[in-house]
Each structure stands twice: as C-alpha cells, then as structure tokens.
Design a protein around this ligand. Structure first.
Ligand code: MN
Ligand code: MN
Length: 461
C-alpha cells in the first residue's frame, strides 16, 4: 500500500461542507435559512419563541397535553410550560418503555432585564434601571439600537404584551457610553469594568410635562406607557420586561453565507429541533423536542431544564401506555443541542484548532463541556458518542467534533447534565457560533442547516 493510500485509509481529513453538499441540498439550505430568519425576527425571548412554537404546532395538528390523555402511535402533543418553555412529542410505533429520542435546546438568551422598580428621572432624562441576564460583556451594550419586549400583569389581572423598537416606525431605546474625549480614566479600566452594570440604564425620553417638579419627564413617559398599555408604575412590580438588540437578522458576507442575529444561542438549535420535529412522520421511538428557558442562568427555576415539568409531561405520556417513566428514561437518548464555539482566527490564541469547531464544517458534536478539569461537564461516554457518530454518518450529515477552546481558558455548560442526571444518555451537539453572547452573533447557513438535519436523524434513530 502506498503512503497516499495509507493516509487515505488511516487518517481523518475534515473537509469544508461546501465541498460535500449537492446542489439540491444547497437549495434546501437556503430555504431553511429563510424559515430560520423568519422565526428569529418573530422570537427574541423565550416567551416569543414558545408562543411561535405553540402557534405552529397547533397549525400542524399537535394537541395540548392534558393528564389522562391517550398516547397512541402518530399522536402529536405539546406541553406549554407557563408560556416560557415547551416540550413537543410525536408518539412512536414502539412503546415508551423503549425510550424517547429527545432534542433539547434553550430559547433564552443573554440580555438586559428591566428591574422591578425601573423607572426614574435624572437631570431631565428618564431611564429604566436594568439587571443583566446571562453572561455578557457589558461594554458591548451601549450605543446600539435596543428594543423592549415582555409582558406586564396589570392591577386588574389582565396581561399585556409589550414590543417597542422592532417596527420600522417605532422608536428604539439606547444606553450611552462616555465620549472618548473624557475617557482618560475609563480607557485604563479592565474590560469588565469599562461599563458597570449599574450604568446600563436605558434612555426612555427627555421631554418634560408642563408643571412643577423634578419628575416631569418620568411622568410624561409613564403617561405614554399608560396610554399605550394601560399600566401604572406599580404594574412594573408584576412584569417581565427585557431589553434586547433591536432589528431584524441579516445575511452577512458578499456571498451571503452567514446570518447575523441576536440570540442564535440557542435559538439556532431550538429552531433546528422544532423545524425537524414538525417534518417527521410517525417514528419508531417517540420523538420529543424540548425548548427550555433559563439555561443562561443555570437551567434553574420552574421553566428551566431542571424543572419537573418535564417529568409531568413524559410521566403523563408513560401513564397512558402503562409504562414506568424510569424505564422510559433509562432507554432514552438526548441530543442536548446547544451552540458550539466557532474558531475565530482573530483570536486564535484561545482555541485548540484540532479540537475546535470551524464554520462550514457542519454540526459540532461535543463530548464534554465544563471548565478547568471538565468541572460541571456531562462527559458523554464512548458508546454515546458512537451512537451519534453512526446516526449522523448513516444519514449523510456533515458534522465535526468540538470542545470549548483551550483548556483553562474558560469554559461553559449546557442543559446536558439536567438530562443525564435523569438517567438519559446525553450528548451535546450544536451549531458553531462566532461572537457568542454578543448582541449580534454569527452562524453559517450550512452549519445551521446541518443542525436541523442532525436533529431529524436523532428523532428517527
Ligand atoms: Mn446556549
Ligand atoms: Mn449561552
């Protein structure tokens, strides 16, 4: 055997996905990118993503889960967890004791949450106080267009939905930064302190009402909010308002190969899991898509992946088939589908290129996340990795292996441990992202498309 033949036979040679997809796949990829971008423009928060999923699921014949309902092959059901997270299932021909094939993603993203007592006026400018949610570089948030999204539960018990800053005719909101002319001291600060959390105050307005007092601008803003939403200041105490980057997602690059958006992490995987479960026929094993909240702050709380809402849903389905949920869990598989770190040549020093995801090399399968000595990781077994390897290879999906950059440079986590702790075999896999957790992130269309195909293959495994 020649050296060339031996190299071909023994060594891996990863190839750019564009050299491996057909013209037909490219057309499908573009169609998928359009669907994804429409979803992203409609869903910037976990509530909006959940509402979008519920509406689409209803159109496609999914029925809301109710305890005691049947779970027969071909049934399509969904569980709306308090409008903030959702699980959907297509019941398979095999019994639930054989387990469920799950793709689980999250639909919350880093942002600025509005404090419960937010509205104030300082020297003729009205502001909202904010509290950042998730891991952000605080200096990235001033001087960019911002929008307000959320809900307010009013005194009379009604709930109103708020969206300001997305319509082309809407005003936007903004946080200021210090002018460079007076930044001598600021420029000496470390990046984590250049802009402090308590400086992330969002400008709401500057026009005072007629009259006496030091709150005339604030009063005018409250008047405008009252006219539009019927709210009073105390209603902020029972509200979830969040400040996110304003604007629509866009194609990036002269070749349009990338997509920029707020919150690809993790809605690029959430949409992959959702779009693919909507496209499958009745599978052998039951297929389940989960879109969780609160991943960015540790998967905690009633809408996070640690919540027992998941047990209630899967337990209810198992009950309908007379199956012990513990047996279902033990035989289930979960693709914890969350974004991966794309290699950025501008910051080469933090990556181990041999073990890093690259743009356009396909969906990234990650054996473990964590920090330092794999702390906090749900380290997938060789057998679990083989299951994914074989499933993706058999389906002709372009994929790559990935880790979270150089050891001891940082790290991260996903919802994988929440699923693994439930005795479900779990592997992380997702779409590589550039500028992760920045107000605008980048993904490649090819990787996003492969992410969707990977979820579909897992559902049908
Ligand atoms: Mn994520
Ligand atoms: Mn994240």
């Amino acid at each position: 055997m020649t050296t060339e033949e031996l190299r071909e036979r023994l060594l891996s040679s990863p190839k750019n996905g564009y050299t491996r997809i057909s013209d037909a796949q490219r057309a499908e990829m573009e169609a998928y990118a359009k669907r994804y971008m429409a979803f992203m423009n409609a869903a910037k928060t976990e509530r909006e993503a959940t509402a979008w999923a519920v509406a689409r699921a209803e159109e496609l014949g999914f029925r809301p889960f109710t305890p005691g309902m049947a779970a027969a092959p071909g049934d399509r059901v969904y569980y709306n967890n308090r409008d903030k997270s959702i699980a959907l299932a297509v019941i398979g021909t095999e019994g639930l004791e054989r387990g469920v094939n799950i793709c689980a993603a999250h639909v919350d993203s880093p942002r600025l949450d509005v404090k419960p007592n937010p509205l104030y006026e300082d020297t003729g400018i009205a502001y909202f106080k904010t509290h950042y949610y998730g891991g952000i570089k605080k200096y990235q948030w001033p001087t960019i267009p911002l929008a307000l999204h959320g809900v307010i539960c009013r005194k009379d018990g009604t709930r109103v939905t708020v969206t300001i800053g997305e319509d082309q005719d809407d005003p936007i909101l903004m946080v200021t930064d210090l002018l460079v002319h007076l930044s001598a001291d600021q420029m000496q600060k470390t990046a984590s302190k250049v802009v402090a959390a308590e400086q992330l105050n969002v400008i709401l307005g500057t026009e005072p009402m007629e009259g006496e007092g030091s709150d005339l601008v604030k009063l005018n803003i409250m008047k405008l909010l009252n006219e539009k939403y019927g709210i009073i200041e105390a209603d902020f105490h029972s509200a979830e308002l969040t400040v996110v980057p304003a604007g629509r997602c866009r194609e990036v690059g002269l070749d349009r190969s990338l997509i920029s958006a707020y919150g690809h992490d993790d809605r690029v995987c959430a949409f992959a899991a959702l779009d693919s479960i909507f496209s499958i026929d009745t599978p052998a094993k039951t297929a389940m898509c989960i879109l969780a909240d609160k991943e960015e702050i540790g998967s905690v709380g009633i809408s996070g992946m640690e919540s027992r809402f998941f047990e209630r849903f899967i337990g209810g389905l198992c009950h309908a088939q007379g199956v012990n949920p513990a047996d279902c869990f033990a035989n289930s598989f979960c693709l914890s589908t969350d974004v991966a770190i794309a290699y950025d040549p501008n910051f080469a020093e933090v990556h181990d290129l041999r073990n890093n995801a690259q743009l356009n090399y396909g969906v990234a399968v990650t054996k473990y996340t964590g920090a330092r000595g794999k702390s906090g990781a749900s380290d997938a077994s060789a057998e679990a990795m083989f299951h994914v390897r074989k499933t993706l290879d058999d389906a002709g999906i372009i994929w790559q292996v990935a880790t979270l950059g150089k050891v001891d440079q940082g790290g991260g986590g996903t919802i994988a441990y929440c699923m693994a702790n439930r005795n479900i075999v779990t592997v992380d896999a997702g779409v590589p992202v550039l500028s992760m957790h920045a107000p605008l992130e980048l993904v490649s269309k090819l990787d996003a498309y492969m992410g969707m195909l990977a979820c579909k293959a897992i559902y049908l495994a």
